[in-house]
Design a binder for this molecule. Structure first.
Ligand SMILES: Nc1ncnc2c1ncn2[C@@H]1O[C@H](COP(=O)(O)OP(=O)(O)OP(=O)(O)O)[C@@H](O)[C@H]1O
Ligand SMILES: [Mg+2]
Length: 267
């Protein structure tokens, strides 16, 4: 392994509870270096999954949190001015391509489309990255792979991936796990027993049914883990649920009361 990537190697197994055959499918995709898109709502395990897979495959992981101010240079690199003049510095995408990491572009739709297109030559059979300012053509390392995340709920027509971007990727759908699996995750991550975790999951299931009926997004696994960790610190379950599950997702008093009463059904 190249020194440049040593810091990006994940040495401890990130806990990940599979929900279907996503681990095997991802391994197959990686074996042919297929660029992958992880789709699913916030807090359902996409980031944890890619960390787990990088660990399992023994490959370094470089994560980039995308936003609308991000430019192509932020991904690719730029000349920096220092005492001896100018010096080229690889951006995270270039570093991953050059030395062979998995490059995870989180929330890629947040980036402007003229930024997104820089991944095009890396995500088709060319597997190259032209550094125009430097006049260099970087050939991707055999271990290199691009992974992007995508929340299908959030897109407006203005903010969606170009079809030519989407069609360069294989995609895996993520969602909240089934009751038993999610309870196991919440118990493990939040430090509560499975009975308590199961009740929290039941609250979330109520709220998820209200998605589209006054709620934009259901209660995520991440929120359940928060609530559980408060309970594990001896916060009363009712207060923990109100603070970690209900208040963050709604400003509407009626919806808040409806969710609060769902909480009291279980606690
Ligand atoms: N299948 C799973 N196995 C283990 N932990 C999970 C799983 N799904 C969710 N979690 C827990 O939920 C938390 C949130 O998951 P994660 O950060 O991966 O969400 P995400 O899908 O990347 O969300 P976002 O779109 O907001 O980035 C994790 O920190 C972990 O505790
Ligand atoms: Mg994430």
């Amino acid at each position: 392994m190249q020194d440049e990537l040593r810091d990006h190697l994940i040495t401890q197994e990130p806990y990940y509870q599979p929900t279907a055959d996503e681990v095997e499918l991802y391994e197959a995709a990686y074996s042919v270096r297929m660029p992958m898109m992880l789709k699913g709502p916030t807090g359902c395990g996409k980031t944890r999954f890619v960390e787990h897979m990088a660990w399992k495959l023994g490959k370094p992981l470089i994560t980039v949190a995308c936003n609308e101010d991000m430019t192509a240079s932020d991904l690719v690199g730029r000349y920096l001015l220092d005492a001896d003049g100018t010096r080229w510095q690889d951006g995270p995408l270039t570093k991953a391509a050059r030395f062979g990491a998995i490059c995870y572009l989180d929330e890629i739709v947040e980036a402007r489309q003229d930024t997104t297109v820089v991944i095009h030559p890396l995500t088709d059979n060319r597997r190259v990255l032209p550094l125009e300012k430097k006049g260099e053509m970087v050939e991707a390392h055999p271990d290199f792979q691009v992974v992007i995340s995508y929340n299908p709920g959030y897109q407006s027509l203005m903010k969606d991936l170009k079809e030519s971007t989407k069609q360069r990727f294989g995609a895996l759908d993520f969602n909240y796990p089934d009751h038993e699996t999610e309870a196991r995750i919440v118990a493990h991550e939040g430090g509560v027993n499975e009975e308590m975790a199961g009740k929290l999951v039941s609250v979330a299931e109520r709220a998820r049914n209200l998605k589209g009926h006054g709620l934009d997004e259901g209660i995520s696994t991440r929120m359940l883990v928060y609530a559980a960790s408060l309970i594990a610190k001896n916060v009363a379950p009712l207060a923990a649920c109100r603070m970690a599950l209900v208040r963050p997702i709604t400003d509407d008093p009626d919806m808040r009361d409806a969710l609060d009463s769902a909480v009291t059904t279980f606690f």
